[in-house]
Design a protein around this ligand. Structure first.
Ligand SMILES: *Cc1c(COP(=O)(O)O)cnc(C)c1O
Length: 439
Protein backbone atom coordinates (compact mmCIF):
# COMPACT_ATOMS: atom_id res chain seq x y z
CA UNK A 1 0.00 0.00 0.00
CA UNK A 2 1.14 3.55 -0.71
CA UNK A 3 2.31 4.73 2.75
CA UNK A 4 0.94 8.20 1.94
CA UNK A 5 -2.57 6.73 2.15
CA UNK A 6 -1.92 5.75 5.77
CA UNK A 7 -1.28 9.40 6.68
CA UNK A 8 -4.01 11.09 8.75
CA UNK A 9 -5.88 13.95 7.10
CA UNK A 10 -5.17 17.53 8.20
CA UNK A 11 -8.67 17.56 9.82
CA UNK A 12 -7.86 14.46 11.82
CA UNK A 13 -4.59 15.92 13.13
CA UNK A 14 -6.32 19.23 13.81
CA UNK A 15 -8.93 17.47 15.97
CA UNK A 16 -6.13 16.33 18.30
CA UNK A 17 -4.73 19.85 18.85
CA UNK A 18 -5.72 22.68 21.14
CA UNK A 19 -4.35 25.75 22.90
CA UNK A 20 -4.27 28.26 20.04
CA UNK A 21 -6.82 29.87 17.69
CA UNK A 22 -8.09 27.49 14.99
CA UNK A 23 -6.12 29.19 12.19
CA UNK A 24 -2.81 28.65 14.00
CA UNK A 25 -3.64 25.03 14.91
CA UNK A 26 -4.50 24.44 11.24
CA UNK A 27 -1.05 25.79 10.23
CA UNK A 28 0.58 23.31 12.64
CA UNK A 29 -1.55 20.39 11.37
CA UNK A 30 -0.84 21.20 7.71
CA UNK A 31 2.88 21.61 8.34
CA UNK A 32 3.07 18.31 10.27
CA UNK A 33 1.26 16.40 7.51
CA UNK A 34 3.52 18.05 4.92
CA UNK A 35 6.60 17.04 6.92
CA UNK A 36 5.29 13.46 7.11
CA UNK A 37 4.88 13.37 3.30
CA UNK A 38 8.48 14.55 2.93
CA UNK A 39 9.57 11.86 5.41
CA UNK A 40 7.79 9.21 3.36
CA UNK A 41 9.45 10.48 0.20
CA UNK A 42 12.76 10.08 2.05
CA UNK A 43 11.92 6.44 2.82
CA UNK A 44 10.54 6.73 6.36
CA UNK A 45 7.15 5.52 7.56
CA UNK A 46 5.69 7.94 10.12
CA UNK A 47 2.61 6.68 11.96
CA UNK A 48 -0.48 8.72 12.71
CA UNK A 49 0.78 9.10 16.30
CA UNK A 50 4.09 10.47 14.94
CA UNK A 51 2.27 13.07 12.86
CA UNK A 52 0.14 14.17 15.81
CA UNK A 53 3.20 14.34 18.06
CA UNK A 54 4.94 16.48 15.45
CA UNK A 55 1.93 18.81 15.18
CA UNK A 56 1.69 19.06 18.97
CA UNK A 57 5.36 20.07 19.12
CA UNK A 58 4.69 22.76 16.49
CA UNK A 59 1.80 24.11 18.56
CA UNK A 60 4.04 24.15 21.62
CA UNK A 61 6.81 25.99 19.74
CA UNK A 62 4.31 28.49 18.37
CA UNK A 63 2.96 29.15 21.88
CA UNK A 64 6.51 29.63 23.18
CA UNK A 65 6.92 32.49 20.69
CA UNK A 66 3.91 34.37 22.09
CA UNK A 67 4.74 37.41 24.22
CA UNK A 68 4.61 36.16 27.80
CA UNK A 69 5.93 36.89 31.28
CA UNK A 70 9.30 35.47 32.35
CA UNK A 71 11.38 35.79 35.51
CA UNK A 72 14.44 38.00 35.12
CA UNK A 73 17.12 36.18 37.13
CA UNK A 74 20.02 37.70 35.15
CA UNK A 75 20.94 40.34 37.72
CA UNK A 76 20.52 43.00 35.02
CA UNK A 77 17.77 45.22 36.41
CA UNK A 78 16.87 46.95 33.12
CA UNK A 79 17.33 44.09 30.66
CA UNK A 80 16.42 45.41 27.21
CA UNK A 81 15.63 41.95 25.83
CA UNK A 82 13.39 41.25 28.84
CA UNK A 83 11.35 44.44 28.59
CA UNK A 84 13.50 46.77 30.75
CA UNK A 85 11.71 48.18 33.82
CA UNK A 86 8.97 46.19 35.52
CA UNK A 87 5.97 48.49 36.01
CA UNK A 88 4.47 48.80 39.47
CA UNK A 89 1.00 47.61 40.41
CA UNK A 90 -0.26 51.16 41.03
CA UNK A 91 0.87 52.32 37.59
CA UNK A 92 -0.65 49.23 35.96
CA UNK A 93 -3.90 49.80 37.86
CA UNK A 94 -3.95 53.36 36.52
CA UNK A 95 -3.46 52.06 32.96
CA UNK A 96 -6.23 49.52 33.50
CA UNK A 97 -8.66 52.15 34.82
CA UNK A 98 -7.98 54.54 31.94
CA UNK A 99 -7.75 51.85 29.28
CA UNK A 100 -11.04 50.11 30.00
CA UNK A 101 -13.22 53.13 29.32
CA UNK A 102 -13.36 56.77 28.35
CA UNK A 103 -11.16 59.39 30.00
CA UNK A 104 -10.44 63.11 29.89
CA UNK A 105 -7.40 62.38 27.72
CA UNK A 106 -7.99 65.50 25.62
CA UNK A 107 -10.77 67.32 27.42
CA UNK A 108 -10.75 69.83 30.28
CA UNK A 109 -13.40 68.65 32.68
CA UNK A 110 -13.81 72.12 34.29
CA UNK A 111 -14.98 73.73 31.03
CA UNK A 112 -15.65 70.87 28.62
CA UNK A 113 -13.21 72.53 26.22
CA UNK A 114 -10.68 70.59 24.23
CA UNK A 115 -7.56 69.80 26.23
CA UNK A 116 -4.21 68.27 25.45
CA UNK A 117 -2.88 64.82 26.28
CA UNK A 118 0.32 66.57 27.41
CA UNK A 119 -1.43 68.21 30.37
CA UNK A 120 -1.25 65.07 32.50
CA UNK A 121 2.05 63.16 32.79
CA UNK A 122 4.00 65.75 30.78
CA UNK A 123 3.02 68.63 33.04
CA UNK A 124 3.60 66.63 36.24
CA UNK A 125 7.06 65.48 35.15
CA UNK A 126 7.93 69.07 34.21
CA UNK A 127 6.84 70.11 37.71
CA UNK A 128 8.96 67.32 39.22
CA UNK A 129 12.13 68.69 37.60
CA UNK A 130 11.35 72.40 37.86
CA UNK A 131 10.74 72.91 34.12
CA UNK A 132 8.03 75.13 32.60
CA UNK A 133 6.45 72.47 30.40
CA UNK A 134 6.72 68.87 29.29
CA UNK A 135 5.38 66.39 26.75
CA UNK A 136 5.55 62.63 26.40
CA UNK A 137 6.30 60.59 23.27
CA UNK A 138 6.89 56.89 22.64
CA UNK A 139 10.52 56.61 23.73
CA UNK A 140 13.57 58.75 24.23
CA UNK A 141 14.86 58.07 20.72
CA UNK A 142 11.63 59.62 19.40
CA UNK A 143 11.99 62.49 21.88
CA UNK A 144 15.45 63.37 20.56
CA UNK A 145 14.43 63.04 16.91
CA UNK A 146 11.31 65.15 17.46
CA UNK A 147 13.07 67.88 19.46
CA UNK A 148 15.84 68.16 16.85
CA UNK A 149 13.36 68.11 13.96
CA UNK A 150 11.15 70.78 15.53
CA UNK A 151 13.89 73.08 16.80
CA UNK A 152 16.78 72.64 14.38
CA UNK A 153 15.61 71.40 10.98
CA UNK A 154 17.68 73.11 8.23
CA UNK A 155 19.94 74.69 10.85
CA UNK A 156 23.03 73.71 12.83
CA UNK A 157 23.44 71.79 16.08
CA UNK A 158 26.78 71.93 17.88
CA UNK A 159 27.88 68.68 19.60
CA UNK A 160 31.11 67.62 21.29
CA UNK A 161 33.04 64.84 19.51
CA UNK A 162 33.11 63.07 22.87
CA UNK A 163 29.32 62.79 22.83
CA UNK A 164 28.71 61.41 19.33
CA UNK A 165 27.72 58.10 20.87
CA UNK A 166 25.78 55.03 19.88
CA UNK A 167 23.27 54.13 22.58
CA UNK A 168 22.44 50.69 21.21
CA UNK A 169 19.63 49.35 19.11
CA UNK A 170 20.87 51.54 16.25
CA UNK A 171 20.51 54.87 18.03
CA UNK A 172 23.53 56.88 16.87
CA UNK A 173 23.61 60.59 17.53
CA UNK A 174 24.98 61.58 14.05
CA UNK A 175 22.34 59.44 12.31
CA UNK A 176 19.44 60.76 14.39
CA UNK A 177 20.73 64.24 13.65
CA UNK A 178 20.79 63.58 9.88
CA UNK A 179 17.32 62.05 10.06
CA UNK A 180 15.97 65.15 11.84
CA UNK A 181 17.17 67.44 9.03
CA UNK A 182 19.58 69.30 11.31
CA UNK A 183 23.24 69.77 10.41
CA UNK A 184 25.75 68.38 12.87
CA UNK A 185 28.65 70.65 13.79
CA UNK A 186 31.30 68.66 15.67
CA UNK A 187 33.53 70.45 18.14
CA UNK A 188 36.40 69.51 20.45
CA UNK A 189 38.06 66.11 20.54
CA UNK A 190 36.99 62.68 21.72
CA UNK A 191 38.35 63.24 25.22
CA UNK A 192 38.34 67.02 25.70
CA UNK A 193 35.85 69.68 24.69
CA UNK A 194 35.76 73.15 26.23
CA UNK A 195 33.27 75.98 26.36
CA UNK A 196 35.45 77.94 23.90
CA UNK A 197 35.08 75.12 21.33
CA UNK A 198 31.30 75.59 21.36
CA UNK A 199 31.67 79.38 21.37
CA UNK A 200 33.80 79.39 18.21
CA UNK A 201 31.29 77.16 16.38
CA UNK A 202 28.28 79.42 16.99
CA UNK A 203 26.99 81.23 13.90
CA UNK A 204 23.67 82.73 12.74
CA UNK A 205 22.73 79.22 11.60
CA UNK A 206 23.15 77.66 15.08
CA UNK A 207 19.84 76.36 16.40
CA UNK A 208 21.01 74.40 19.47
CA UNK A 209 23.98 73.36 21.53
CA UNK A 210 23.42 69.66 22.25
CA UNK A 211 24.79 67.71 25.22
CA UNK A 212 24.37 63.91 25.12
CA UNK A 213 24.72 61.81 28.25
CA UNK A 214 27.07 58.98 27.25
CA UNK A 215 24.85 56.60 29.23
CA UNK A 216 26.44 53.35 28.25
CA UNK A 217 30.15 54.01 28.30
CA UNK A 218 32.55 55.90 30.47
CA UNK A 219 35.65 57.84 29.61
CA UNK A 220 38.37 58.08 32.23
CA UNK A 221 41.73 59.82 32.38
CA UNK A 222 42.63 63.04 30.55
CA UNK A 223 39.10 64.23 29.88
CA UNK A 224 37.22 67.51 29.97
CA UNK A 225 33.68 68.48 29.07
CA UNK A 226 31.78 71.76 29.21
CA UNK A 227 28.87 71.72 31.65
CA UNK A 228 25.37 72.96 30.82
CA UNK A 229 25.91 75.91 33.13
CA UNK A 230 28.92 77.05 31.08
CA UNK A 231 27.09 76.70 27.76
CA UNK A 232 23.75 78.29 28.65
CA UNK A 233 25.11 81.89 28.66
CA UNK A 234 26.53 81.48 25.13
CA UNK A 235 23.17 82.30 23.52
CA UNK A 236 21.67 79.37 21.59
CA UNK A 237 19.34 77.14 23.62
CA UNK A 238 21.11 74.18 25.21
CA UNK A 239 19.42 70.81 24.66
CA UNK A 240 20.39 67.84 26.84
CA UNK A 241 19.70 64.20 25.94
CA UNK A 242 19.81 62.81 29.47
CA UNK A 243 18.67 59.34 28.34
CA UNK A 244 18.99 57.14 31.40
CA UNK A 245 19.60 60.08 33.72
CA UNK A 246 17.80 60.58 37.01
CA UNK A 247 14.95 63.01 37.57
CA UNK A 248 17.05 64.51 40.34
CA UNK A 249 20.65 63.51 41.05
CA UNK A 250 20.04 63.76 44.80
CA UNK A 251 17.34 61.03 44.60
CA UNK A 252 15.17 62.74 47.27
CA UNK A 253 12.61 59.94 46.80
CA UNK A 254 14.95 57.38 48.42
CA UNK A 255 15.69 57.27 52.15
CA UNK A 256 19.42 56.82 51.38
CA UNK A 257 21.18 57.53 48.10
CA UNK A 258 22.74 54.22 46.95
CA UNK A 259 26.53 54.45 46.79
CA UNK A 260 26.65 52.66 43.43
CA UNK A 261 24.52 55.38 41.78
CA UNK A 262 27.53 57.74 41.91
CA UNK A 263 27.29 60.59 39.40
CA UNK A 264 24.33 59.87 37.15
CA UNK A 265 23.15 63.32 35.94
CA UNK A 266 19.87 64.78 37.11
CA UNK A 267 17.29 66.35 34.80
CA UNK A 268 16.39 68.82 37.55
CA UNK A 269 20.03 69.94 37.79
CA UNK A 270 20.28 70.34 33.99
CA UNK A 271 17.17 72.57 33.99
CA UNK A 272 18.49 74.55 36.97
CA UNK A 273 21.82 75.03 35.17
CA UNK A 274 19.99 76.61 32.24
CA UNK A 275 19.16 73.78 29.81
CA UNK A 276 16.31 74.90 27.54
CA UNK A 277 15.19 71.36 26.62
CA UNK A 278 15.95 68.01 28.26
CA UNK A 279 14.90 64.60 26.93
CA UNK A 280 14.94 61.41 29.00
CA UNK A 281 13.62 57.90 29.06
CA UNK A 282 10.43 56.95 30.90
CA UNK A 283 11.58 53.45 31.71
CA UNK A 284 15.34 53.53 32.31
CA UNK A 285 16.11 55.13 35.66
CA UNK A 286 12.52 56.35 36.11
CA UNK A 287 11.12 52.83 36.32
CA UNK A 288 7.95 53.65 34.41
CA UNK A 289 6.50 52.52 31.08
CA UNK A 290 8.50 52.87 27.86
CA UNK A 291 8.26 56.56 27.00
CA UNK A 292 10.32 59.58 26.03
CA UNK A 293 9.86 62.74 28.05
CA UNK A 294 10.73 66.23 26.79
CA UNK A 295 10.78 69.00 29.39
CA UNK A 296 11.94 72.59 29.20
CA UNK A 297 11.04 76.15 28.20
CA UNK A 298 7.32 76.57 27.50
CA UNK A 299 7.84 78.22 24.08
CA UNK A 300 10.14 75.44 22.86
CA UNK A 301 7.90 72.66 24.19
CA UNK A 302 4.97 74.33 22.39
CA UNK A 303 6.96 74.39 19.13
CA UNK A 304 7.80 70.71 19.60
CA UNK A 305 4.19 69.77 20.42
CA UNK A 306 2.94 71.50 17.21
CA UNK A 307 5.39 69.71 14.92
CA UNK A 308 3.76 67.13 12.60
CA UNK A 309 6.12 64.43 13.93
CA UNK A 310 4.67 64.94 17.42
CA UNK A 311 1.39 63.51 16.13
CA UNK A 312 3.21 60.48 14.75
CA UNK A 313 5.11 59.85 17.99
CA UNK A 314 2.52 60.67 20.61
CA UNK A 315 2.18 58.31 23.56
CA UNK A 316 -1.08 56.40 23.98
CA UNK A 317 -3.45 56.63 26.93
CA UNK A 318 -2.17 53.47 28.65
CA UNK A 319 1.37 54.81 28.73
CA UNK A 320 0.19 58.26 29.81
CA UNK A 321 -1.93 56.78 32.61
CA UNK A 322 0.93 54.66 33.97
CA UNK A 323 3.43 57.49 33.62
CA UNK A 324 1.13 59.94 35.38
CA UNK A 325 1.01 57.55 38.35
CA UNK A 326 4.82 57.28 38.30
CA UNK A 327 5.10 61.09 38.20
CA UNK A 328 2.77 61.38 41.20
CA UNK A 329 4.91 58.87 43.10
CA UNK A 330 8.07 60.92 42.46
CA UNK A 331 6.28 64.12 43.46
CA UNK A 332 5.18 62.42 46.70
CA UNK A 333 8.86 62.13 47.62
CA UNK A 334 8.79 58.37 48.23
CA UNK A 335 9.54 56.18 45.23
CA UNK A 336 10.15 52.97 47.14
CA UNK A 337 6.90 51.60 45.64
CA UNK A 338 8.52 51.69 42.18
CA UNK A 339 9.78 48.15 41.44
CA UNK A 340 13.06 49.37 39.95
CA UNK A 341 13.97 51.23 43.16
CA UNK A 342 12.69 48.43 45.37
CA UNK A 343 14.96 45.98 43.53
CA UNK A 344 17.89 48.37 43.35
CA UNK A 345 17.82 49.20 47.06
CA UNK A 346 16.86 45.83 48.61
CA UNK A 347 19.31 45.01 51.42
CA UNK A 348 21.77 42.12 51.09
CA UNK A 349 20.21 40.56 54.22
CA UNK A 350 16.80 40.51 52.56
CA UNK A 351 18.24 39.04 49.34
CA UNK A 352 20.18 36.42 51.33
CA UNK A 353 17.06 35.36 53.23
CA UNK A 354 15.17 34.93 49.95
CA UNK A 355 18.10 33.02 48.42
CA UNK A 356 18.19 30.67 51.44
CA UNK A 357 14.48 29.98 51.10
CA UNK A 358 15.00 29.05 47.45
CA UNK A 359 18.19 27.05 48.06
CA UNK A 360 16.69 24.69 50.65
CA UNK A 361 14.38 23.30 47.97
CA UNK A 362 17.13 22.79 45.37
CA UNK A 363 19.63 19.91 45.65
CA UNK A 364 23.30 21.05 45.80
CA UNK A 365 22.40 24.74 45.47
CA UNK A 366 24.90 27.25 46.84
CA UNK A 367 24.39 30.84 47.90
CA UNK A 368 26.98 33.16 46.43
CA UNK A 369 27.84 36.85 46.36
CA UNK A 370 27.17 38.36 42.95
CA UNK A 371 27.26 41.71 41.22
CA UNK A 372 24.06 42.97 39.66
CA UNK A 373 24.05 45.85 37.16
CA UNK A 374 21.54 48.54 36.23
CA UNK A 375 21.60 47.63 32.50
CA UNK A 376 19.50 49.29 29.81
CA UNK A 377 22.60 51.16 28.74
CA UNK A 378 22.92 52.97 32.03
CA UNK A 379 25.62 53.19 34.69
CA UNK A 380 28.43 51.43 32.78
CA UNK A 381 31.04 49.82 34.97
CA UNK A 382 28.96 50.23 38.11
CA UNK A 383 27.79 47.14 39.93
CA UNK A 384 25.32 46.61 42.72
CA UNK A 385 26.33 44.04 45.35
CA UNK A 386 23.87 41.16 45.23
CA UNK A 387 23.18 37.55 46.17
CA UNK A 388 22.54 34.60 43.90
CA UNK A 389 21.54 30.97 44.06
CA UNK A 390 24.08 28.93 42.08
CA UNK A 391 23.91 25.38 40.78
CA UNK A 392 26.52 23.41 38.84
CA UNK A 393 24.72 21.00 36.51
CA UNK A 394 26.68 18.57 34.30
CA UNK A 395 25.31 20.28 31.16
CA UNK A 396 24.91 24.04 31.66
CA UNK A 397 23.36 24.62 28.23
CA UNK A 398 20.67 22.02 28.76
CA UNK A 399 20.02 23.40 32.24
CA UNK A 400 19.61 26.96 30.92
CA UNK A 401 17.20 25.64 28.33
CA UNK A 402 15.22 23.79 31.01
CA UNK A 403 15.04 27.01 33.06
CA UNK A 404 13.83 28.96 29.99
CA UNK A 405 11.15 26.36 29.41
CA UNK A 406 9.96 27.15 32.95
CA UNK A 407 10.09 30.88 32.21
CA UNK A 408 13.28 31.63 34.17
CA UNK A 409 16.11 33.52 32.48
CA UNK A 410 19.30 32.97 34.48
CA UNK A 411 22.95 33.85 33.97
CA UNK A 412 25.83 31.45 33.35
CA UNK A 413 29.20 32.07 34.82
CA UNK A 414 31.71 29.41 33.68
CA UNK A 415 30.12 26.12 34.80
CA UNK A 416 27.72 27.76 37.26
CA UNK A 417 24.19 28.78 36.65
CA UNK A 418 23.27 31.74 38.79
CA UNK A 419 19.85 33.13 39.61
CA UNK A 420 20.51 36.65 40.91
CA UNK A 421 17.94 37.68 43.51
CA UNK A 422 18.20 41.42 42.88
CA UNK A 423 16.43 41.37 39.51
CA UNK A 424 13.82 38.79 40.56
CA UNK A 425 10.40 39.99 41.60
CA UNK A 426 9.93 38.80 45.19
CA UNK A 427 6.63 37.16 44.26
CA UNK A 428 8.45 35.00 41.67
CA UNK A 429 10.86 33.29 44.10
CA UNK A 430 8.76 30.13 44.12
CA UNK A 431 8.84 29.88 40.33
CA UNK A 432 12.63 30.11 40.48
CA UNK A 433 12.84 27.44 43.22
CA UNK A 434 10.64 25.06 41.22
CA UNK A 435 12.50 25.65 37.97
CA UNK A 436 15.90 25.13 39.62
CA UNK A 437 14.86 21.87 41.23
CA UNK A 438 13.57 20.56 37.89
CA UNK A 439 16.93 20.94 36.10
C1 LIG B 1 18.57 55.09 26.16
C2 LIG B 1 18.97 56.37 25.53
C3 LIG B 1 18.34 56.82 24.37
C4 LIG B 1 17.22 56.04 23.74
O1 LIG B 1 16.15 55.99 24.64
P1 LIG B 1 14.95 54.94 24.43
O2 LIG B 1 13.99 55.27 25.51
O3 LIG B 1 15.57 53.59 24.55
O4 LIG B 1 14.42 55.19 23.07
C5 LIG B 1 18.75 58.00 23.83
N1 LIG B 1 19.74 58.74 24.40
C6 LIG B 1 20.38 58.35 25.52
C7 LIG B 1 21.46 59.20 26.07
C8 LIG B 1 20.01 57.15 26.12
O5 LIG B 1 20.63 56.75 27.23
Amino acid sequence: MDPRRALPSVERVLAALDGLPHELLADAARDAVGAARDAIAAGEAPSEADVIANATRRVHDRRTRLLQPVVNATGVLLHTNLGRAPIGDEALAAAFAIGRGASNLEMRLETGARGSRHEHAGTLLARAVGAEAGIVVNNNAAAVLLALGALARGREVVVSRGELVEIGGGFRVPEIMAESGATLVEVGTTNRTRRSDYERAITDATALLLKVHASNYRMVGFTEAAEVGELAPLGPPVMVDAGSGLLDENTPWLPVRPAWLRDEPGVRQAIAAGAAVVTFSGDKLLGGPQAGVIVGRADLIATIACHPLARAMRADKLTLAALQQVALVYLSGDATSIPLWRMATASLDELRARAEAIAVTVPAAKIIDTEAVAGGGSLPGLTIPSIGVAVEPPDARAAMSSLRADGVIARTDSAHIVCDLRSINRTDDEIVARALSRI
